[in-house]
Design a binder for this molecule. Structure first.
Ligand SMILES: [Zn+2]
Ligand SMILES: [Zn+2]
Length: 173
């Protein structure tokens, strides 16, 4: 469960296991070029860290689908993150990465918001279908991973000579 009864946590650490669906509205603002291809699986444990403070250690796992930044092929990339998150009452905590405010009278704690933010932080800035992706030809748009497209790379006259040669060879076939 990602909704935690804080009274329980004050008694002792509580296991936090759950998942957010890939289309969970909490995740709606994920980079428009990226979508989640799998639910976000969350596993961890939350414990009391003093008056009005809670410490949550957890791991997240999901899969992101995006276009390869070179060849635009759809790619699915696993994403995972380890979290060490503090929840505390306003005033007790500077809200920044890894710190979340909980209302003073809150009886339950919804981990969904923290999960969402931590997923956003864990997303890769870009994806590539493979480290040596050759991308698309800037002239004809062909996917160069499928082989050379026959265009000469701009501005290198040596290729013109080479192309003339290969055309000669073809004529000779
Ligand atoms: Zn690629
Ligand atoms: Zn080309």
């Amino acid at each position: 469960m990602l909704r935690i009864d804080l009274a329980e946590v004050r008694v002792g650490p509580v296991e936090t296991t759950g998942e957010l669906a890939a289309d969970d509205p909490l995740l709606g603002e994920v980079d428009p070029g990226m979508t989640l291809a799998a639910p976000v699986r969350v596993k961890g444990r939350i414990s009391s860290a003093g008056e009005g403070k809670f410490y949550w250690r957890a791991s997240l796992e999901t899969v992101v689908r995006a276009e390869c930044r070179r060849c635009l092929a759809a790619v699915e990339v696993p994403v995972s993150a380890s979290l060490g998150v503090i929840f505390a009452h306003e005033g007790d905590v500077v809200e920044d990465a890894g710190c979340y405010v909980i209302p003073v009278r809150a009886k339950t704690l919804d981990l969904g918001r923290a999960v969402r933010e931590e997923v956003l932080l864990a997303l890769p800035r870009f994806v590539e279908c493979r480290p040596d992706c050759r991308g698309l030809c800037p002239k004809c748009g062909a996917n160069l991973n499928d082989g050379p497209c026959g265009c000469a790379p701009a501005g290198d006259p040596r290729w013109d000579a080479l192309r003339a040669l290969t055309q000669l060879e073809r004529k000779g076939d």
